[in-house]
Structure formats: structure tokens, C-alpha cells
Design a protein around this ligand. Structure first.
Ligand code: TYD
Ligand code: MG
Length: 430
């Protein structure tokens, strides 16, 4: 049977379309002949699988290299591991290339850039104080060619950087550079090469705010470590977070500030909080344990009467479905009739909160907005909220509470003083 495959998104169909029904690109469907060798399993006879006893397998401890950027080393689990492939993703302009140049400060590398010319990279590297002696550069973008050269010089370098995966291509597949079939093939080849030759490889990938379907998200299962660099371009602060890490945990977070001299490492857990002290309805501070240290964030919720049949829920910085669930819990246990209201939720600073520890704070800010009363000044919230409205203790609760006290907060709300969310009512102030 002939099938047609979209060279942009990989969509397969028995009939040809001028416009791909999946990604809406024009003239991207081609007959599958060129794809067959990569993706189709031929009919074959029964083959028994080979088995081996694990105690006969010899293992090698992979060595780690510290980059000297403490926040980065901590997030990846103690430095770069040899042979690992790291996918560093983030929006264009957020600071990915800058971060990579800084971690290469003293590491010999081969840097492939399809984004910037050699002079541009050199100027920036000089400004950031990178040692240029062992910094090899190319703007040639065929992945097979890159791998061939990296193989020849692998004794001389510690890291291979691809900036960005959307600009390199493989000679072996058809499809637009940056399209799904190209970025999958190039990533697969780079990962295989990195493993075999024990060369750490960093792949930079652009994603858009919407999460971009045809983007690096689809590459996450090929690589060993996925780092996301996030923040708002208008604010200087950036968060580095792992969502996958074969050689470490995924709960460490790195905090940076973009300055004239590049990225500065930040230790202050209050950087994401608006420093002005006023406390309008809808604002709640949450304390969260991220890896080894607490961080504080500001959640803002705006609840306004809707003009629509189905009210709007717009969420930035938290999981959308989680917010819907918490709205349902609030509806039942705080007796809020939310069906006639639009709800907008935002986390200040362009960062996102993944931890359930922020549940209680979200509910408090929602309640505060809809009642048009403020939450107590200098207070913060910690706690996971269950489907019955109960406030659950979280790991390291006591540690976050004492850290909050030390930083000048006067009151904390958690499972210690609230057993159910309906007790929030007692604390609103005009
Ligand atoms: P960049 O690393 O190029 O972003 P990405 O690779 O993610 O697209 O950096 C983007 C911005 O950072 C750029 O607009 C300029 C700013 N910047 C500074 O403010 N200070 C610096 O020292 C550097 C190198 C960049
Ligand atoms: Mg860049």
C-alpha cells in the first residue's frame, strides 16, 4: 500500500493532500518510499530474543565535569556527564546561547551555530570572558558532516554544542529544515554519536509560548536530560529547570539574572516577588520547595463577571487542568458560584510553578479576588489541596515556614493552621 507522509510533522495518510490535515502546511506530503527505511518494520520470521544475566554485564562509571556555573551544575545533577545529550529548550531570546557560552567558559568545545556568524559568537564569548583558545566553531549544518568532524577531533574537545536543532539537517531524510522529520533524525544521530564516543552534547531548541507541536517537545524521549530555560523577556530573572534527567534528579531549579555581563547566579529566594508591599485583592504569595531550597512566587488571580455563555479560564504559569480542578474544589467548599465569572490566573515573572504546594495559594488568591478582600500583608501560603477541600502537609513544610520567617514574612498559612480551605474565610482583611 502506498502511504503519504508529511515531511513537516510526520503525519501519515493513505491519500494525498495538498495541505497536511495535521499541521496545515502546504505541499509537504510525499510518498513514503524515502521514509520506509527509517520507520517501517518488514515482515520477518520469529526470532527468539537474546537474554543476559545482569550480573555478567560490566558497567563503567561515567565521569562528570563541573562547568563552574554552580546553578547549572546543580540542576543537571553535579556537572556534565560524559556521553550524555542535553536538550536545552526555551523561547527565542530568553538566553540559551548565553547560558551555553558561560558554561563553556573553560571547556574545550565544538560549537555549531546556524543562528549566528562566527564574529557574533566571538564578540559575545569575549564579553562573557570565555577562554577562546579551545573554542572551535562551524556554521556548516549537515549533521553527518558535523559528526564526522567531531569524531576526528573528539580527543581535543569535551562538549559538542548544536545551536540550534532547528537549523541543522540530515542528508538522509527529506523535509524542511526544522520540520519534525529533520529534527528527529538529526537528534537521533547526535544522541547515538554522543553515547558511542562519550562526548557530552548540548542541543539547543527553540520553543514558542504555546509549546509548539512541531518543536523540541517531540525530542524529549531521545535525549538524557531536558532543561527548560524560562522567564519573561521584560523581566531579567530566568529559571532553569529539568523535566527529565537520566543522571540526576528533576527537582532542582537554577535561578539566574540576565545582566550586561551575561547571566548572574541568584541565591535570593524572593527574586520573583514584586517588591512593593501593597496587597490588592487577588494577590497571594506561595512558598515552594524546589530541590534543596525554598523559593517564593506571587500568584495573581482576577475574577470578573463574564459576558459569555461558557466563562473563560485563562492560566499562565500553572497547569491549566490543575487550576480547573482547584476551581471545582473552591466552588464546592467555599460556596463560590464561579459559573458566571471569568477567571484569569498569572504567576509573576513569566515563570511556571509545577509543585502542588501552590494549591492553597491559588485558592486563597481566587477567594480574595472574588470577595474583593485582601489576604493579610506579609503572609504566604504552602499546601496541597485535596478533592475534599482538605489542606495537606507537604514535604519540607517546616523548612519553608522557617525560611519565610527569616526573610521577613509575618504569617504563614499551611496545614499547621488550616485543615480545610473554608477556614481561609476567617483571615480576609478589608
Ligand atoms: P540569547 O542567549 O541570544 O538568547 P537565545 O539563544 O535563547 O535566543 O540572549 C538573548 C538576550 O539576552 C539578548 O536579547 C541580549 C541579552 N543579553 C544580555 O542582556 N546580556 C548579555 O551579556 C548577553 C550575552 C545577552
Ligand atoms: Mg541563541
Amino acid at each position: 500500500m502506498t502511504i503519504f507522509i508529511c515531511t513537516n510533522c510526520g503525519y501519515g495518510s493513505a491519500s494525498w493532500y495538498g495541505k497536511c490535515p495535521n499541521c496545515n502546511q502546504w505541499h509537504t506530503l510525499i510518498e513514503n518510499s524515502s521514509f520506509e527505511k527509517n520507520s517501517t518494520v518488514k515482515k520477518e520470521s520469529l526470532k527468539k530474543v537474546k537474554i543476559v544475566s545482569l550480573d555478567k554485564i560490566t558497567t563503567k562509571t561515567l565521569s562528570r565535569t563541573k562547568t563552574g556555573v554552580y546553578e547549572f551544575d546543580r540542576v543537571v545533577g553535579g556537572g556534565l556527564t560524559e556521553g550524555e545529550t542535553i536538550l536545552l529548550s526555551g523561547e527565542p531570546g530568553i538566553g540559551k546561547s548565553t547560558l551555553v557560552l558561560q558554561i563553556l567558559q573553560n571547556l574545550p568545545c565544538l560549537y555549531i551555530s546556524g543562528e549566528e556568524a562566527a564574529e557574533q559568537v566571538k564578540n559575545r564569548a569575549l564579553r562573557l570572558g570565555v577562554n577562546l583558545k579551545n573554542f572551535l566553531f562551524s556554521s556548516d549544518l549537515q549533521v553527518e558532516g558535523i559528526i564526522e568532524v567531531a569524531k576526528e577531533i573528539k580527543e581535543k574537545i569535551k562538549v559538542l554544542v548544536i545551536d540550534s536543532i532547528q537549523t541543522v539537517y540530515s542528508k538522509d531524510v527529506e523535509g524542511i529544515t526544522g520540520g519534525i522529520s529533520q529534527i528527529k533524525e538529526t537528534t537521533k544521530k547526535l544522541v547515538e554519536f554522543a553515547k558511542k564516543n562519550l562526548l557530552t552534547t548540548i542541543i539547543i531548541g527553540h520553543i514558542t509560548k504555546e509549546g509548539d507541536i512541531a518543536g523540541p517537545k517531540t525530542l524529549e524521549h531521545y535525549v538524557d536530560c531536558v532543561l527548560n530555560f524560562e522567564g519573561e523577556k521584560l523581566s531579567d530573572y530566568r529559571l532553569l529547570r529539568t523535566t527529565k534527567n537520566r543522571f540526576g534528579t528533576t527537582d532542582e531549579i537554577g535561578v539566574f539574572q540576565m545582566t550586561e555581563q551575561g547571566l548572574k547566579e541568584i541565591n535570593n529566594p524572593l527574586v520573583f516577588i514584586n517588591q512593593n508591599k501593597d496587597n490588592p485583592p487577588g494577590k497571594a504569595i506561595v512558598g515552594i520547595n524546589e530541590g534543596k531550597r525554598p523559593l517564593f512566587f506571587e500568584i495573581q488571580t482576577l475574577v470578573v463577571p463574564t459576558v459569555l455563555a461558557v466563562p473563560r479560564r485563562v492560566v499562565k504559569g500553572m497547569d491549566y487542568n490543575k487550576v480547573l480542578l482547584l476551581l471545582a474544589v473552591a466552588k464546592k467548599y467555599l460556596f463560590l458560584s464561579l459559573d458566571k465569572f471569568d477567571v484569569y490566573v498569572n504567576v509573576v515573572g513569566g515563570v511556571s510553578i509545577k509543585s502542588p504546594t501552590a494549591d492553597l495559594g491559588l485558592i486563597a488568591s481566587l477567594y480574595s479576588s472574588i470577595k474583593n478582600f485582601s489576604l493579610p500583608v506579609d503572609s504566604f501560603f504552602i499546601g496541597e489541596v485535596g478533592l475534599l477541600g482538605e489542606v495537606r502537609p507537604v514535604f519540607f513544610e517546616q523548612k519553608i515556614i522557617s525560611e519565610g520567617k527569616r526573610l521577613g514574612f509575618k504569617k504563614s498559612f499551611s496545614s499547621v493552621n488550616l485543615s480545610n480551605i473554608n477556614q481561609i474565610k476567617n483571615y480576609l482583611v478589608k
